[in-house]
Design a protein around this ligand. Structure first.
Ligand code: MRU
Length: 348
């Protein structure tokens, strides 16, 4: 892909700190914040200043490199213990996106193999940078494969933000749209607002408009009507964790859209890099689903919209069963059912 997307990098390593595009401030404020400690990194992941499965993983990897680089120990054993604590802390930030644990495992392997503190510090920075560069490459390839599934003039619906700002660059579900724009390939995108924290309205609409992609925002409850009346040709979403049988955890609301796609007979695509697969899980029933504070439902952008003390249930993700997924787009190609048989041919 030769795209020169105008989007800024949402995560950057700057030697003494990490620079983040603050995704909580978008779209009204485009603000870059500097993270100087592992605590800052943990807090930014927890509070969704950085979000999206691949971006969480690579930010945590840079967080480990940052913590290691700042460590003043002279004893290798003590150094390894300190960095292991940072890894554990970062692993406790969010439970669903497996990219977090995948990236931290890579960092832990580098840490354990190191023979000296200076060598460990250098190798950890290099590994975090490699995770970043590989993610950028994977997303570019996902864009190519994804675009091959669309025809000129298609209208495609998406949910949440699986874009450039949720990854190193380009995105997963949004990568085909950035590529289409580069190639003057006409395609219309409908973005669901994605309650409760509005990643679709605040981030996807902003990101696609930055790149000049034709995007129309709808509220979540308009999806069925829009699919029916606007000739939607397909739905594409990202993923936070894909089990060995293809069951896919993604932003809450994804399951409803997959059921709608099935009802209306349109394809339902999942786009994700191999770092999002968790082949240790047989099915989606074992994927841990994050439950977040009910304030995300009872307040919208700081404004209270529900009675005091109302009971809430706020799962951040749902699991779409494999039979509702037409295909899974990865950097290694497009996986079709039977997923149990075919996923190992593309992902290991
Ligand atoms: O809670 P979020 O905003 O981190 O949820 C993000 C999603 O569900 C994305 O669709 C997924 O992480 C893929 S990002 C390429």
């Amino acid at each position: 892909m030769t795209t020169t997307t105008a989007l800024p990098y949402s995560v950057q390593w700057d030697d003494t700190h990490i620079t983040l595009l603050n995704q909580q401030a978008l779209p009204t404020i485009t603000e870059f914040i500097k993270l100087y400690s592992v605590e800052d990194v943990f807090d930014s992941i927890l509070k969704l200043k950085v979000r999206g499965a691949p971006a969480i993983g690579l930010t945590a990897a840079f967080g480990v490199a940052l913590g290691a680089n700042q460590d003043g120990s002279t004893d290798l054993g003590e150094f390894k213990q300190n960095v292991t604590k940072h890894i554990k802390k970062l692993a406790s930030s969010r439970p669903t996106a497996v990219n977090l644990f995948w990236a931290l495992k890579r960092m832990e392997n580098i840490l354990q193999a190191a023979k000296s503190i200076p060598a460990a510090k250098e190798a950890l920075i290099l590994e975090a940078k490699a995770i970043f560069t590989e993610d950028e490459e994977m997303c570019r390839k996902i864009g190519e494969h994804g675009l091959s599934l669309f025809a000129e003039g298609d209208s495609i619906l998406t949910h949440c933000n699986a874009g450039g700002i949720a990854t190193a660059r380009y995105g997963t579900a949004l990568a085909p749209f950035h590529l289409a724009k580069e190639r003057a390939f006409p395609i219309k995108v409908y973005a669901c607002e994605t309650r409760p924290v509005l990643q679709g309205a605040r981030l996807t609409a902003w990101e696609l408009m930055q790149s000049g992609v034709d995007v129309t925002l709808i509220s979540d409850n308009m999806a069925a009507h829009t699919i029916h009346h606007k000739q939607i040709n397909g739905i594409i979403v990202g993923a936070d964790r894909i089990a060995a049988n293809g069951d896919t955890a993604n932003k809450i609301g994804t399951l409803g859209l997959a059921i709608l796609a099935n009802h209306y007979g349109i394809p339902f695509y999942v786009a994700a890099p191999s770092s999002t697969f968790d082949l240790s899980l047989e099915s989606g029933t074992s994927i841990p689903i994050e439950e977040r504070n009910g304030d995300e439902i009872t307040f919208i952008q700081g404004v209270k919209i529900a009675p005091d003390n109302v009971k809430t249930f706020n799962p951040a993700f749902d699991v779409t069963p494999n039979h509702l997924i037409t295909s899974i787009i990865t950097e290694n190609g497009i996986i079709s059912p039977d997923y149990v048989k075919n996923i190992p041919l593309f992902v290991n």
